[in-house]
Design a protein around this ligand. Structure first.
Ligand code: RFL
Ligand code: PHB
Length: 401
């Protein structure tokens, strides 16, 4: 732990020990704190590290509503970009998906996960919630008994945090899910045979709205973080290396995959971030074990195509915080008992949508000519059917929770 990172005064006991300081853990801690329920957040990384991660960019209305309700939405309301629709590019053409008209007025907001995390940290600091950074060897203990606790180390020594509940918000590679015995957990997984190579560049975006492109050379996505900051992705080999992708090659490839009318507007600049993300669908059931509840990527992963990962973490937090508040305020266990089932019902719908959108917009080398024709039929149907566009729009803006 660096000396420059002040650590909070740690209580020996709290009500909810939140493991993981990503969006799920931070938002859960904020909502519970606002409801008078004490929490401590334990995060493995430094705050600077967490705030340097570039991840999701599109927020559903349910997500923006919850951030506002938690008192962390003011900057998002000032700086977030409301998008009424997006484009799908196919055979050199664009199909516009008009989210607002297809969903009776719903939209999405482009506001980076990095900014959401920043705002949550600010709100938690103001509320005086202890967040321990660079917590090592974090381990939930005795979660099936009446007196769970979390053990962990910091530079100051070893600690024990007693609690009523553990919230496992520690992401896909976290410790919480892994402490659940194998015979108590069922997992479902699909790994896709490609990755996304993404760059962030300080240049105005190619167009105002997002464009998802299916091209014979592979998928491409033009997204943004602000009117001056663009986020671009291209489908790449799953085992590719960013060393193979100097900026010029990336831009050439991106341009080749976009309709000519759009490609001409690309403004190239030096990338300020470049990374490859694997694509995976994953669900762990159930989302609890004794007094430990999983939320967000700790329990499920979606490929980024539908922009659902962060939004799903937020809907889990909605269900879990509501259930914990009912437990403490009304001594009502019904929602906690039903948490896993309630959250999973929405998770699986987002899994289905993310899988479907991934399947229709990428090139699958192994699918052969049959797979190719099915994709073509899918696009023709989407272009000609308002019902198909409505189904896409309804899922993209986010199913209710
Ligand atoms: P996070 O954000 O992974 O946060 C988990 C936190 O837990 C910490 N942690 C631990 N803390 C204590 N002890 C341990 N043993 C710990 N192990 C881990 C981690 O340091 C971290 O701070 O999960 P959360 O909160 O559930 O939020 C989920 C979202 O972050 C995630 O769904 C999305 O970012 C997914 N995702 C994307 N989603 C999109 O919708 N669009 C995207 O473009 C997009 N790009 C991405 C992504 C996820 C990525 N990951 C996880 C590798 C790009 C990447 C690279
Ligand atoms: C992003 O801006 O990073 C982004 C946008 C839409 C997606 C995935 C990622 O579907």
């Amino acid at each position: 732990m660096s000396a420059s990172v002040p650590q909070p005064n740690l209580p020996a006991r709290t009500r909810v020990a939140v493991i993981g300081g990503g969006p799920a853990g931070l938002l859960l801690a904020l909502i519970l704190t606002r409801a008078g329920i004490e929490c401590v957040v334990l995060e493995r990384r430094s705050r600077d590290y967490v705030l340097s991660r570039i991840r999701a960019g599109v927020l559903e209305q349910g997500t923006t509503d919850l951030l506002r309700m938690a008192g962390a939405g003011a900057r998002m309301d000032r700086e977030g970009l409301v998008h009424d629709g997006f484009d799908i590019a196919w055979r050199g053409d664009k199909l516009h998906i008009d989210l607002r008209s297809l969903t009776g007025g719903k939209t999405v907001t482009v506001y980076g996960q990095t900014e959401v995390t920043h705002d949550l940290y600010d709100a938690l600091d103001e509320a005086g919630v202890p967040i321990v950074h660079e917590a090592e060897n974090v381990a939930p203990q005795d979660v099936t008994g009446d007196a769970p606790f979390v053990s962990f180390d910091t530079a100051a020594g070893s600690h024990r945090l007693d609690c009523d509940f553990v919230a496992g918000c520690d992401g896909f590679h976290g410790v919480c899910r892994q402490t659940i015995p194998a015979d108590k957990l069922e997992t479902f997984e699909r790994v896709y045979p490609f990755g996304w190579l993404g760059i962030l560049v300080r240049k105005p975006p190619i167009q105002e709205e997002l464009i998802y492109a299916n091209h014979a050379r592979g998928f491409a996505l033009c997204s943004l973080r602000s009117p001056q900051l663009s986020r671009y992705y291209i489908q790449c080999r799953a085992d590719d290396d960013i060393a193979n992708w100097p900026d010029a090659r990336f831009y050439d490839e991106l341009q080749a995959r976009l309709p000519p009318a759009v490609a001409g507007h690309l403004q190239r600049g030096e990338s300020i971030e470049k990374s490859i993300a694997p694509l995976r669908s994953f669900v762990a059931e159930p989302m609890h074990y004794g007094r430990m509840f999983l939320a967000g990527d700790a329990a499920h992963i979606v490929p980024p195509t539908g922009a659902k990962g962060l939004n799903l973490a937020v809907s889990d937090v909605h269900y879990l915080s509501t259930a914990l508040i009912a437990h403490y305020n009304d001594h009502d266990e019904t929602l906690l008992d039903a948490y896993s089932e309630t959250a999973l019902a929405r998770v699986w719908k987002a899994e289905r949508f993310s899988w479907w959108f991934t399947s229709m917009i990428h090139r699958f080398e192994d699918d052969g000519s049959f797979g190719q024709r099915i994709q073509e039929a899918e696009f023709d149907f989407l272009a000609s059917s308002t019902a198909a566009q409505t189904a896409l729009a309804e899922n993209y803006v986010g199913l209710p929770f």
